[in-house]
Design a protein around this ligand. Structure first.
Ligand SMILES: [Zn+2]
Length: 131
């Protein structure tokens, strides 16, 4: 592998660069991370977006942002775990996305107490009755 500092060519087994004597372990970790990001399966972005739109749907807010970005990050991390079978990763992403939306529903229900829903449902019934 090529050293990013001095561009000396090193063996895969070298612990330090032969040119500048810098340790190569952090360089290898960064290269592995970049390779994992580059090999992200395309379906992972669907779940990432499904989680990421939570702060958009709720028009902002700290808790929805934590839910949305946390879920999106978790989906991408799970999808990039190449040691786990694809079906398991896919199911985990479905589960993470569903959990994020259930938690959002719990949050909305907690923030807007029952009278709000009763008013909304009675308004909907009146609207349907008049139609
Ligand atoms: Zn070097």
């Amino acid at each position: 592998m090529k050293c990013p500092y001095c561009f000396a060519l090193n063996c895969e087994s070298d612990a330090v660069c032969g040119g500048c004597r810098r340790p190569l372990a952090p360089v290898r970790r960064a290269a592995a991370k970049a390779a994992a990001v580059a090999q992200t399966p395309q379906w992972a972005y669907l779940f990432s977006v499904l989680c990421g739109i939570i702060p958009v749907v709720t028009l902002g807010g700290l808790l929805p942002a934590i839910l949305g970005f946390g879920g999106a990050g978790a989906c991408l991390t799970v999808a990039r775990a190449s040691s786990v079978p694809t079906a398991v990763r896919l199911l985990a992403c479905v589960g993470i996305t569903a959990l994020c939306w259930v938690l959002l529903a719990v949050l909305v229900t907690a923030l807007f107490p029952t009278p709000y829903w009763q008013n909304l449902s009675s308004a909907l019934r009146r609207l349907l009755a008049s139609a």
